[in-house]
Design a binder for this molecule. Structure first.
Ligand code: HEM
Length: 125
């Protein structure tokens, strides 16, 4: 909290007006938000999806019309992908290119692929 407050005060000191582009400078705030969302994804079980055709994922046979629910909450806390997974450590995102845009499957707040959330820029930009 102290660190992120310090960053904000430093970035906006003496400024009378704050615009959206000023937020780009708040790098630590951004990783704090990312870390909060890792531990507490707003949609923890994403949306249920149904398979249009049979497939195999991670060694499991998934039949046609099977409902699949992705547990984003568990992925965000999986020690296979995150060190000290249960701890709040925003610094883990610093200098690493982990985004929520659907390419890092351990961090898929908005889903992934063709049916991922179209509201992503409204929800988290
Ligand atoms: C923090 C905010 C939000 C989160 C975490 C979120 C998360 C999600 C997730 C996980 C999905 C399912 C993606 C998948 O199955 O791969 C989804 C779908 C969707 N979201 Fe969002 N969403 C957010 C905000 C919004 C907003 C602001 C809008 C619209 C203005 C929106 C519209 C939709 C729609 C229409 C779909 C269905 C897409 C489809 O099935 O093709 N979402 N969202």
């Amino acid at each position: 909290m102290k660190k992120v407050q310090g960053e904000i005060r430093e970035a906006f000191r003496g400024k009378k007006r704050i615009g959206e582009s000023d937020l780009e400078d708040l790098r630590y705030l951004k990783v704090v938000i990312k870390e909060s969302k890792r531990l507490h994804p707003p949609v923890p079980l994403l949306l249920p999806r149904e398979c249009r055709e049979a497939c195999k994922i991670g060694g499991y046979e998934i039949g046609m019309e099977t409902k699949v629910i992705v547990n984003a909450w568990a992925l965000g806390r999986d020690p296979k992908y995150w060190y000290d997974a249960e701890k709040f450590i925003p610094e883990r995102f610093e200098g690493r290119d982990i985004e929520f845009k659907g390419n890092n499957f351990e961090y898929i707040l908005f889903g992934a692929g063709r049916r991922m959330c179209p509201g992503i820029l409204l929800g988290f930009s």
